[in-house]
Design a protein around this ligand. Structure first.
Ligand code: GCB
Length: 571
């Protein structure tokens, strides 16, 4: 279900009880069989002699949405199962007979129970999901229990190793939404032709119900159109219109109202066209250079999972100060507030799924999982004008199994959305020491050729001026990552690793090198802010932070910030 915030949800955010369950005592009996008296029952002793060895009422509480790692010091490194419970009063809406329970994201594996019964199971830490819980709800007192497990596995997406913190918990909003049995599940409104200035609108009901009237209004454009759904519960219409186009300079959004039966859904939608011409990237028909930076979904100050407009606004304001018109939201779909705030601020977005490094390419369940995450990312954000690129992977090792997996994903993305560009962060293959050639079978499946390179960090910085780059594809090129680490406040010579001067020099050398790459259409250096990673263990320097930020984890600017800012002024 898309655009949930526009559906008068009842928020279940707030204080939830939690129980840390290292051995999944609340799920399996002592023979490892799922138990019927698990913690999801939220049981209470009825007689004095009853034995119940847990009690949510006496358990500690934490804030939802939120990660457990930064809310309880005992859980900082914890990867495993935690049970969450919350009670609430609820009364049926007599006009709307179905109730949907929605989660913005739970990392990673979630079993959801309502009043002791299973409502559903979901896998994947960064995409929304919802269950129809009508038959499980009661008038008055209700409770929800969620078993959350963030243990890593080789066949998961992401896989067992990744360079960011595995924040566990119910990390995005929990909402209850009352709907009628037939409701609008999703819709798609966009500019389909720049020249003819035509808009396309399509709508999809939750069921295959024909004959439903859906009205689209865009008052500022004097548009009011009614369509009738077909046997699939869908309808499409095209219309002429001359909207002011959305762009980073003028991020114009139009108020939109969509009505069906008693439903009224409001949204803000922008209209723009993104396409490529040879090695050029065109926004609204004009060449654009993407002045970007990569961002992890971590709070600006002190870390922890970010999940609010305010969190996003702070990070995006830093990107704007840097001179950015674009961000790479790495390495998984970020929360909807962040995407919408970027749209309001005029910031273009690359959005990605966590197909990262060594995925289990031959495992059909892994593929199905990746495809589901891709679908859910696209479905959630298909009306956001600022998203121009869907990225299907990052730094994946070449093999025929990987090619089969990724080409299938790319085709799937294109079948869902033909109006945006598809890319993935590739790796450079080098022909000789200073001669770099990008050769990747996936290049034929993407619209934009992107790659990460770490000259100056994982390779000698003195190489930068000698490097030549061959990118034998007639497509725009994005350097999706480059960078190096520095500890804020540590100073020294430019050849001294971890100093701000080292990072500053690395940026100078890299930017001069980038200027010589033919067809360069943009870049998103790694990364806006120092972020937590369990792989970064150097005491006194890293302390479990990847230090490649242009800002420290406390929001202090490092010297390299100014180098990039200056370069962006000329772009
Ligand atoms: C990469 C990865 C990114 C890492 C970065 C690094 O290539 O895509 O996730 O954090 O390098 O710092 O090494």
């Amino acid at each position: 279900m898309a655009n949930v915030l526009a559906r008068n949800p009842i928020s279940l955010n707030g204080s939830w009880h939690y129980i840390v369950d290292v051995q999944e005592e609340g799920y399996y009996d002592y023979r490892m069989n799922p138990t019927r008296s698990g913690f999801f029952r939220n049981a209470k002793p009825r007689r004095p002699e009853d034995l119940i060895e847990y009690d949510f009422d006496k358990a500690s509480t934490m804030q939802v949405p939120g990660d457990w790692n930064t809310q309880d010091p005992r859980l900082f490194f914890y990867e495993g199962t935690v049970w969450f419970e919350r009670e609430f009063e609820w009364h049926p809406d007599l006009d709307r007979s179905r109730t949907i329970l929605y989660f913005g994201a739970v990392n990673y594996d979630a079993y959801v129970y309502v009043n002791g019964s299973l409502a559903g199971h979901h896998v994947g830490g960064f995409t929304p999901f919802n269950f129809d819980v009508t038959d499980l709800m009661r008038d008055g007192y209700n409770f929800v229990v969620v078993k959350v497990d963030n243990k890593r596995h080789a066949e998961d997406v992401p896989t067992q190793i990744f360079d960011w913190w595995n924040y566990g918990g119910i990390t995005r909003d929990v909402l209850l939404i009352d709907v009628e049995p037939v409701y609008i599940e999703n819709y798609n409104l966009q500019l389909v032709s720049l020249e003819g200035r035509r808009l396309g609108f399509s709508v999809k009901l939750n069921s295959e119900t024909a004959g439903r009237q859906v009205t689209l209004s865009i008052p500022e454009l004097k548009i009011k159109k009614t369509v009738t759904t077909d046997a699939k519960g869908t309808a499409t219409i095209y219309m002429k219109a001359k909207p002011q186009l959305w762009s980073p300079e003028t991020p114009k959004l139009y108020d939109v109202v969509i009505e069906q039966g008693n439903e009224v859904i409001r949204d803000e939608v922008g209209f723009r066209k993104i396409e490529t011409r040879g090695k050029q990237l065109l926004l609204n028909g004009k060449p654009i250079f993407l002045r970007g930076v990569s961002i992890h979904e971590e709070k600006a100050f002190g870390g922890g999972r970010a999940n609010s407009t305010e969190d996003a606004h702070t990070l995006l304001s830093w990107a704007k100060e840097l001179g950015c018109n674009y961000v790479r939201l790495a390495h998984y779909p970020h929360n909807e507030y962040a995407v919408r705030e970027a749209e309001r601020m005029g910031i273009l977005v690359w959005s990605e799924i966590p197909v990262y490094w060594t995925i289990a390419w031959s495992n059909p369940d892994t593929y199905a999982n990746a495809e589901r995450q891709l679908t859910d990312m696209i479905k959630r954000d298909q009306n956001r004008a600022n998203i121009i690129i869907w990225s299907i992977a990052n730094e994946t090792p070449h093999s025929s199994e990987r090619d089969a997996f990724l080409s299938r994903l790319a085709k799937h993305a294109r079948s869902l959305d033909s109006t945006r560009l598809i890319s993935m962060a590739m790796e450079v293959t080098s022909a000789s020491n200073y001669r770099n050639r990008l050769q990747d079978n996936m290049s034929e499946y993407v619209d934009v050729v992107s790659f990460n390179q770490y000259v100056g960090w994982y390779r000698d910085v003195n190489d930068a001026s000698k490097m030549t780059w061959e990118i034998p594809y007639d497509k725009p090129v994005i350097i999706s990552e480059f960078g190096g680490g520095a500890k804020y406040g540590l100073h020294g010579e430019k050849n001294q690793r971890w100093t701000e001067e080292f990072q500053e020099n690395l940026y100078r050398e890299n930017l001069a090198m980038l200027d010589k790459i033919e067809g360069l259409a943009g870049t998103s250096p790694w990364i806006l802010k120092d972020f937590r990673s369990p792989r970064r263990v150097l005491n006194g320097i890293q302390d479990y932070y990847n230090r490649k930020g242009l800002f420290s984890d406390r929001g202090e600017k490092k010297k390299a910030f100014y180098v990039l800012q200056e370069w962006y002024k000329g772009k």
